[in-house]
Ligand binder design. Structure first.
Ligand code: PA5
Length: 428
């Protein structure tokens, strides 16, 4: 279902200390399995998969179904780990453009996001666009105190209260079981709530109600998504080689002076997975002056902007291609007898063949240009494959953090801008 090929990094690795590094990576993998590494109180993202709560999955699917049957729009309010996972999965599984619903069918709920920026224009235009629509809100914050979603929620709550008599039935809060302003507010108002387990950090929370409720409301199969992750956990617990190799090679290149890992996708709808991966790796590894800077590129769009730099700029980049083997739809380039555009050499060829040639050609050119390349190939995009991918990266980043000697599960650096911002705002 997912193939890994890390051999493109071989020519760039100094293998003289490989045995020692491999042993360290194996030990880091075992520390994840045995819960003996730094931040081991945050391994709930494994625990929830080891002991699946099917009743919770069914409940979330049912509430998702209720939203799908009553709402035009589900507005998800959250930032960082409280929205990136669901946004990524919904983007990857949805059609690019709104489809005409079949006769008698309701169009799928549109899932929109707020609270991930502080733009007055964004929020005003978002609310304007919701006039006359049936709206549900899922406000998501583990701490229940993050400023961006809290401010957005205050504004959206007031908007909802003026428009819907059953407003409190339409708002669902996903937050800590007991702590935080959002928990208090939800209890006062009598909102329905979901709990984010204490031992699951924000960026590891996509398999909790944080990610699952929006994905269910959008009409996708959360059971298959969740159990894809369970299957990958079982596979890696038995044989962790894929995650170990990915983490080990990234680490060895980091130690050799590489600073940046690009995730390159040739299917634009995978860009959201790249944004989720950026947060997962950036927040987990970027500490104490260490870590690779994660950046997503969407090709071939970005081949005509960043391509020049990747091919021939500073040689500090490694590149991980995330690609799919099988397109959902196929389209051929028509034959044209006049051949005025000179394209008959690709006529009757499926676009996929051209996109694959762009991928293979790019990988080969970048590799020859001095960029170590690696490849992760999904057979196709579906819930199960995405669930597997989520767990793969969560496991690999934990090994990566331990190799770097940092706690992969905290994010102390995120607090610094908040302190400066609160001082400017005069927060008591
Ligand atoms: O990974 C993390 O923990 C963070 O990025 C959080 O997800 C983000 O800061 C949002 O926090 P909260 O859910 O508490 O509002």
């Amino acid at each position: 279902m997912i193939q890994f090929d890390f051999t493109g990094t071989d020519p760039f690795l100094n293998k003289s200390q490989w045995e020692g590094l491999s042993r360290r990576a194996q030990a880091a993998h075992e520390a994840v399995l045995n819960g003996t590494g730094a931040g081991n109180e945050w391994l709930g993202w494994r625990r929830i998969l080891q002991d699946p709560n099917d009743a919770l999955l069914e409940n979330i699917a049912a509430v998702g179904q209720e939203i799908a049957s009553r709402a035009d729009v589900l507005l998800c309010i959250g930032i960082g780990g409280s929205y990136l996972g669901s946004e990524a999965v919904i983007q990857a599984l949805s059609p690019y453009f709104k489809q005409q619903p079949k006769d008698g069918e309701r169009p799928p709920v549109e899932v929109l996001f707020a609270g991930h920026n502080i733009s007055a224009t964004y929020l005003s235009q978002l609310l304007d666009s919701l006039e006359g629509k049936s709206v549900y809100v899922n406000v998501i914050s583990k701490s229940g105190t993050t400023l961006e979603p809290a401010v957005a929620f205050r504004i959206i709550r007031a908007w909802m209260e003026h428009r819907f008599e059953d407003c409190d039935q339409r708002i669902i809060a996903t937050t800590d079981g007991s702590k935080g302003a959002l928990r208090k507010l939800a209890t006062e108002k009598g909102y329905r709530t979901y709990i984010i387990p204490d031992d699951v950090g924000g960026r590891f929370s996509v398999m909790t109600p944080v990610g699952l409720l929006p994905i269910a409301a959008a009409g996708f199969d959360i059971r298959s998504f969740f159990y894809g992750s369970v299957a990958m956990l079982k596979d890696l617990d038995k044989d962790g080689d894929a995650a170990i190799q990915y983490a080990l090679r990234r680490y060895a290149l980091h130690e050799a002076g590489y600073t940046t890992e690009i995730m390159s996708v040739f299917e634009p709808k995978l860009a959201g997975i790249g944004s989720w991966w950026q947060q997962l790796f950036g927040e987990s590894e970027g500490k104490e002056g260490k870590g690779l800077f994660p950046a997503v590129c969407t090709f071939s769009t970005d081949l005509h902007s960043l391509g020049q730099y990747i091919q021939a700029g500073r040689r500090n980049l490694i590149e991980t291609f995330l690609v799919i083997e099988k397109d959902r739809l196929s389209l051929d380039v028509p034959n044209d007898a006049s051949n005025l555009d000179g394209l008959n050499y690709v006529s009757d060829a499926p676009l996929k063949r051209i996109n694959d040639a762009a991928y293979k050609g790019t990988a080969s050119a970048h590799q020859q240009g001095g960029v170590p390349t690696q490849h992760i190939t999904l057979a196709s995009i579906n819930e199960e494959a995405l669930g597997r991918l989520v767990y793969f990266f969560e496991h690999a980043v934990s090994i990566g953090g331990y190799l770097l000697g940092v706690n992969p599960f905290d994010q102390p650096g995120v607090e610094d801008y908040k302190q400066e911002m609160f001082a400017l705002l005069g927060k008591p």
